[in-house]
Every structure is written in structure tokens, then in C-alpha cells.
Design a protein around this ligand. Structure first.
Ligand SMILES: [Zn+2]
Length: 91
């Protein structure tokens, strides 16, 4: 039990830990897809912000700011979808 990560022996069922580890290591395609979607929206948000900074032209400001807001909302949705999947799937 020297390598047991838990001090309380009752919470350290070796079989439980092993099956949990096996389950967690399994590839979940949906999770990968949702993570990729999240990363894409973060990148989009980042690009939108950079555009906003590089073009301080008044005529473009509203359009560029709208793109930032849109990308931010998309990022929040992507993160929520990812969190919801992980919570439900435990993957
Ligand atoms: Zn999953």
C-alpha cells in the first residue's frame, strides 16, 4: 500500500482504481470532437481580438467588435458542451 494515493484504505480499492484508469484512458471520439471545436472557437476569438486591435478604424469597429462577441459566445457554448459531455459520460 506504499504507493496508494489515498491515506484512507477504504477508499483505495485497487480494482476500482484500475477500472477507473482503464475507462478514463479509453478514447472518446465525441470528447475529442468537442475539444477540437472548443480550441477552434478560442482561436477564432483570438483572431477576432487581434483584428480589433489592428484596425482601429471607426467604420469597422462595430463589425469587428461584433465578431469578437460572436466568437466569445461560441467559445462559451463550446466549453459548456464539452463540460456537459464529460460530466455525463465521465470520460
Ligand atoms: Zn465521452
Amino acid at each position: 500500500m506504499r504507493d496508494c494515493p489515498f491515506r484512507d484504505v477504504t477508499t483505495c480499492g485497487r480494482e476500482n482504481l484500475q477500472s477507473m484508469a482503464a475507462r478514463k484512458s479509453q478514447h472518446c471520439g465525441d470528447k475529442s470532437h468537442l475539444l477540437a471545436e472548443y480550441n477552434r472557437s478560442v482561436l477564432e476569438w483570438s483572431n477576432a481580438l487581434r483584428n480589433l486591435g489592428e484596425k482601429p478604424d471607426d467604420t469597422e469597429f462595430a463589425v469587428l467588435l461584433a465578431k469578437v462577441d460572436e466568437a466569445r459566445a461560441k467559445t462559451r457554448r463550446a466549453k459548456s458542451a464539452y463540460n456537459a459531455h464529460v460530466a455525463e459520460h465521465d470520460c
